[in-house]
Write a protein that binds this ligand. Structure first.
Ligand SMILES: [Zn+2]
Length: 436
């Protein structure tokens, strides 16, 4: 298995970003074998909590292609118009005609049921004939051919970020490019890796996000570089994004979206046909949309994110990153949210797993990833586990906060005491003795 090590140059390239402190903290262990003598390994950077992190917004998924923005509302509009037409047509029918239709429908109920069954069977056959195996994880899935949206979206993004894309000579661009190249080189055993050409764009905007388009166009925002604590976390995040591309998650989401759109159109037509008034139908439409989101789209998205975390961790392990740093990244983001008093979004409402659950899942996968890393003849990791370092730092932080609270309470109590302690009663002043 080809395993290439993170070079020290990569570390030294960090500058003018929030990652500069990593250079000072990184301990570079010696290579583990003669095969890797020309490489300098990046060891674990000790983590000190970065309380200056930006408030973490949930990482955005890949934006929807423009065609969906036009096509989806048009389809909905057609379904609404059709549903309303059916309702008004039914309402305008004389009672005896309605009764005739009801009786005819009842007489042909078996034909109607058979028609529904045939339609369901056609749909099931369509899905089953599009089944394949997900790369790396081997999960069975249904994927349509990936639509050729990339050229339009790439030019759209390049136009949107044209004033903020860093030049290739910028150290931040070079760092990301080197990491992507390292990850790609060390994961050549993944068949799909050779079919993707990675092309890096670093965007100088305070957005805590990164995404990779299905054909390998990488977009990383400097806001993300500011919140990762070390090079190992960044390697894991880039591995996560590469995993989305390698597994073809965009195609999977497009497939699910098309199936749900089709079901939605049928339901939407039914809602607008059956509801007695437009206001009720509008409410029914809203409910139907929310049900689709919370029952299908978001759970599916969370599942893909969890899979990308799992595969990203493996990619990072083979690139000799300290995979123990991966769960710490999500713990940091959780901590930042807490420090900013942001209530966490309940997971069932989110397209991504909660920070806490991501950290827990990665924590469970770390032993397996460490084994994989060891099989790649990576240098031995330092004993200081970033997870333990983070926990210890958190313990100190909590103790300090408690100490500070206690001191403030005592100070307030002291001040209050000065005010409330009764002054000794003063003797009334006697008139001066007559000295005369
Ligand atoms: Zn993701």
């Amino acid at each position: 298995m080809l395993c290439v090590l993170l070079s020290r140059n990569t570390l030294l390239s960090f500058s003018r970003t929030g990652l500069r402190h990593l250079e000072r903290r990184a301990q570079l262990p010696r290579p583990a074998s003669a095969d890797v003598t020309r490489h300098r390994a990046a060891g674990a950077a000790s983590f000190v909590p970065q309380l200056g992190f930006h408030t973490s917004r949930r990482l955005r998924a890949l934006p929807a292609p423009l065609v969906f923005l036009v096509l989806k509302p048009a389809q909905k509009l057609v379904a609404i118009i059709l549903g309303r037409y059916i309702r008004k047509w039914w309402a305008a029918l004389p009672p005896n005609k309605r009764q005739q239709f009801r009786e005819a429908a009842w007489r042909r109920r078996w034909h109607l049921l058979a028609g529904g069954a045939v339609l369901s069977a056609v749909m099931a056959a369509f899905l089953l004939t599009h089944l394949d195996e997900s790369p790396v994880t081997g999960r069975t899935r249904s994927v349509e051919l990936l639509f050729m949206f990339t050229p339009c979206c790439l030019s759209q993004y390049l136009e949107e970020f044209k004033d903020s894309i860093l030049p290739q000579k910028d150290p931040r661009h070079q760092v990301v490019e080197q990491l992507i190249t390292h990850l790609a080189q060390r994961n050549q055993d993944v068949t799909e890796m050779s079919s993707i050409t990675w092309n890096v764009h670093v965007v100088d905007l305070p957005v805590q996000n990164a995404f990779i388009m299905p054909d390998g166009k990488v977009f990383v925002f400097t806001g993300l570089l500011d919140v990762v604590a070390d090079i190992h976390q960044l390697t894991f995040i880039l591995g996560h994004e590469m995993a989305h591309s390698l597994i073809g998650h965009a195609a999977e989401q497009a497939s699910l979206s098309h199936v749900l759109d089709f079901l939605s159109l049928i339901l939407l037509t039914a809602v607008w046909a059956l509801c007695p008034r437009d206001s009720v139908a509008a409410l029914g439409q809203w409910l139907q949309g929310k049900l689709m989101q919370f029952m299908f789209e978001r759970p599916f998205s969370r599942r893909l994110e969890a899979e990308a975390d799992q595969v990203g961790l493996q990619l990072a392990a083979k690139a000799c990153a300290d995979v123990r740093a991966a769960p710490v990244f999500w713990q940091q983001l959780e901590l930042v949210e807490e420090l900013h008093g942001e209530p966490p979004l309940p997971e069932w409402r989110s397209s991504h797993p909660s920070h806490q659950n991501r950290a827990k899942q990665l924590d469970r996968l770390v032993p397996q990833a460490l084994e994989l890393r060891a099989n790649c003849m990576c240098p031995t990791l330092p004993e200081a586990d970033p997870r333990a370092v983070f926990s210890e730092a958190m313990r100190h932080l909590v103790e300090e906060a408690r100490e500070q609270q206690r001191a403030e309470k005592e100070k307030k109590a002291g001040q209050a005491g000065l005010i409330t302690v009764p002054l000794p009663a003063l003797q009334p002043l006697r008139p001066p003795h007559n000295v005369m």
